[in-house]
Design a protein around this ligand. Sequence first.
Ligand code: URA
Length: 434
Amino acid sequence: MRMTDLIQKKRDGEALSREEIRWMIAGYTAGDIPDYQMSAMAMAIYFKGMDMEETYELTMAMLDSGDKIDLSAISGVKADKHSTGGVGDKTSLVLCPMVAACGVKMAKLSGRGLGHTGGTIDKLESFPGFSTSLTEEAFLQQVDQVGFAIAGQTAELCPADKKLYALRDVTATVASMPLIVSSILCKKLAAGADVIVLDVKCGSGAFMQTEEDAFSLARALTEVGRRAGKKVVAVVTDMDEPLGNAVGNALEVKEALAALRGEYKGDLMELCLTLGTQILREGGAARDDGQARAMLEEAVASGAALEKFAQFVRAQGGDTAAVYDPALLPQASVRIDVPAGAGGYVARIHAEDVGLVSMRLGGGRAAKDDEIDLAVGVVLRKKVGDAVAPGESLGVIHARTRETADAAAEMLRACFEIVPDPVERPPFIKGVVK
Ligand code: URA
């Protein structure tokens, strides 16, 4: 086979065969196919697309490029969750203990990530001593005994995706449906869970800006996942404003703990109840959605979910004092309110820009090796649809210095669109694709 012929075939809109896709991915992973040819292929796929069969074969070829985690030694159903990414997304911290408290185990591999805040792993480092460097054996044992674990990836899962994703990033080929589907699913399949729930974000702070694109992605993910023999459900959710109120590492942990204590009832909890319902039903722990939701609500109300979270922090070496007393989490010394100029109603809060405020304060990484500040960030006081009086606080900036706080305050004010007439809050959960 010659790569030039495959590029030409895709350029002309033809479908690639299983053998051709496997040969290409194996060759690229081994370094036999150069980046310039793979770039041309990625661009051809970007313009000509791939049908479901090709997308499935690409997913499986990337899955087979590296190691796979074997969860079969763990008893019961194992679930995993993935989000296409958003601002203020601390869902895993709330969802995993809720689901584990209801008897379905969650085996989660997570990253540090670039961007507005750190990844889940960075956030968890708000607990002194907490470690995500678990051996595979310790990870499996903890999932079995505690009910969930969140660890950094140790095995070399999907090296083909790592290489191809880096290439897509610099060749303007990230936003291609088959490339996104195969990239997300190969990693989820390699992580070994039986039930996979995907949170597909839609809106200005997301990858898929329109609802139509988000639903297309959700349908493609569930279809390819099913072909691979997994139970996959995708939930399409709004990302036109940040999720919850907190954006920043320790601030998000604090909000997650409030949700686990039952003190937070907003969009974050709605999302956790919706995703958790899909997991309990697909995992066979509940007979229908109504029972699943009631079980999850009871796990929060009874304190079982918070206790599960404390067990998890302890099992991974963390100090649990802050689980019960969030005032012990890292705190920034400077806090200032951001007053609204004119009064009215909040029509929009530009999620991406709120993320940038947190990043400017030091809460996120611009480059892989940057240090992040766990304490800084933003806590929104207003969300879309809320009424605002002139001078009322839109949010609070948590910063290290007055100077950075003042600059961030100006940026945060600009994230808000305030209009004179009442605004109806759009539905947060757009739909569930099974
Ligand atoms: N997340 C991934 O892991 N891959 C993509 O291509 C897009 C989002």
